[in-house]
Design a protein around this ligand. Structure first.
Ligand SMILES: Cc1cc2nc3c(=O)[nH]c(=O)nc-3n(C[C@H](O)[C@H](O)[C@H](O)COP(=O)(O)OP(=O)(O)OC[C@H]3O[C@@H](n4cnc5c(N)ncnc54)[C@H](O)[C@@H]3O)c2cc1C
Length: 436
């Protein structure tokens, strides 16, 4: 019997899933699939916390499929090889999935679409992880917007209730719409089979944030000591364990500031899709040859949270210990590396990419380039935040600092590794000289 495959990637949920809903209406029984992609996995440390997160959610999906009376496939390997085998093992009418806008994913999906075509199957990808993608919001001249304010305004003018309407995947997820497994797929790879160790990090539950948190968000979001000041849903938005439509609808109803922050997500994904080269170079060609400094000792101090700047250090230690960092601290830590230390934003971006449980290429690159003044949208290169005034403003009682830097205020806490004014003047001078 012909089947449809639904390939999960950044959408580890059955509820309100656009591609899955389409697959379940395809007229063929659906086989949900997850591939542990060898190309991605081989670059990760063996105790990567994200892999444990993904693994647990894949296992949950597999259990839920089993309970509904169907089979769930999880395989490990290089994606084209896995699909070549699947297309031999099953009689596949179509592969359904949700769009992924990162450069590697775009190439990978083109290769899978070609394999499907060769095997006489269709390849169908749906928009699911953003409200507006690709070319849906352009300037009057038909170009991708580089001004976030204008993009956000156009986004908000365009959005309609249908854009938030849940897709009926959960309702259709029942035995008569699901396929059964071939014997070889009954066993799924364990973390050990994949070559990884368990590393659990505390993550919030995969449900919408409390209405109270959302209602007060605009007043509380900047204070890192306030654990309820932001939604903490970034990991779920990254892996699609909650629906972007539902969380954005909640924000639209309760707090426009939060909606606007989430529109940044659509914006950065749109930019990365248009400019995949920004994953490895400055968007602004004038800023591609800056004479960045190389100082392994200072870099090490930054990674370990020993710079002598409390907000930077608290942020880096929160990152190292929990896989998460408050946005204010991300701003302070990133700003310090690219300006006061004048090091290449790419090394900071890379460090965050290894540690953040919510690491999202488009958000991380977009924000790092913003901080470095090299991006499509960017803080003016001559604006340099002072980590000390940020501390006074956002953690005046040192609550956040004391939580992560217990030796703060004692002789064990290091003196600043660079004087702010000296670092700032040096950065301004080097940017002036290096800008083309
Ligand atoms: C240098 C730097 C690197 C960053 N790297 C990442 C990253 O890899 N992954 C990531 O998801 N966010 C990143 N951010 C954005 C932001 O810091 C996090 O999204 C936020 O701290 C996550 O916590 P939250 O879910 O409580 O956010 P909330 O404040 O509750 O916001 C809700 C959601 O809106 C989105 N959002 C909020 N702020 C931003 C923003 N500035 N840019 C894009 N989306 C935003 C996120 O999806 C977030 O989960 C980075 C910011 C900086 C300054």
């Amino acid at each position: 019997m012909k089947i449809s495959i639904f390939w999960h990637r950044r959408d580890l949920r059955f509820q309100d899933n656009a591609g899955l809903a389409a697959a379940l209406q395809s007229g063929h029984p659906v086989l949900p699939l997850f591939i542990y992609d060898q190309t991605i996995l081989e670059k990760l440390p063996r105790d990567d916390a994200r892999l444990t997160f993904i693994f647990d959610h894949v296992e949950r999906l597999a259990d839920e499929t089993h309970e509904a009376g169907g089979g769930f496939v999880a395989r490990f390997g290089k994606v084209p090889e896995v699909f070549t085998q699947l297309l031999e093992d099953y009689d596949v009418a179509a592969i359904y999935t949700n769009e992924d806008y990162e450069p590697y994913a775009t190439e990978r999906d083109t290769a899978v679409a070609k394999l499907a075509e060769k095997a006489g199957a269709e390849f169908k990808a749906f928009k699911d992880q953003v409200i507006f993608a690709k070319d849906e919001i352009l300037t009057k001249n038909g170009k991708p917007s580089k001004v976030f304010g204008a993009y956000s305004k156009a986004w908000q003018a365009r959005v309609k209730p249908e854009d938030f309407k849940p897709r009926p995947s959960q309702r259709l997820f029942k035995k008569e719409n699901l396929a059964t497994l071939k014997a070889g797929d009954k066993k799924r790879p364990t973390l050990k089979d994949l070559g990884f160790e368990r590393h659990e990090q505390l993550t919030p539950p995969a449900r919408l944030p409390d209405a109270d948190v959302v209602k007060h968000y605009d007043k509380t979001r900047d204070f890192p000591a306030d654990n309820k000041g932001t939604t903490h849903r970034s990991v779920h938005l990254r892996f699609g364990t909650i629906s972007i439509r539902q969380i954005m609808q909640q924000a639209q109803e309760l707090n426009n500031k939060l909606l606007n922050e989430m529109i940044w997500r659509d914006f950065f994904m749109m930019l990365l899709w248009h400019y995949p080269n920004t994953s490895y170079e400055a968007y602004d060609p004038k800023m591609r040859h800056l004479p960045y400094r190389d100082d392994p000792e200072q870099y090490q101090a930054w990674t370990e949270g020993r710079t002598g700047y409390p907000l930077v250090d608290a942020g880096m230690r929160q990152l190292n210990q929990s896989g998460y960092m408050h946005n204010r601290a991300r701003i302070a830590a990133a700003g310090f590396l690219v300006k006061q230390l004048f090091m290449d934003w790419k090394i900071g971006e890379h460090y965050f990419s290894e540690k953040l449980i919510d690491y999202d290429m488009s958000n991380n690159i977009g924000n790092w380039q913003w901080m470095a003044g090299t991006g499509a949208v960017a803080a003016p290169w001559f604006r340099i935040y002072s980590p000390e005034s940020q501390l006074k403003q956002y953690d005046p009682d040192y609550k956040y600092v004391k939580q992560w830097v217990p030796e703060f205020g004692t002789d064990d806490y290091p003196a600043p590794i660079v004087d702010h004014k000296f670092g700032r003047d040096r950065a301004l001078d080097l940017i002036r000289k290096g800008r083309k």
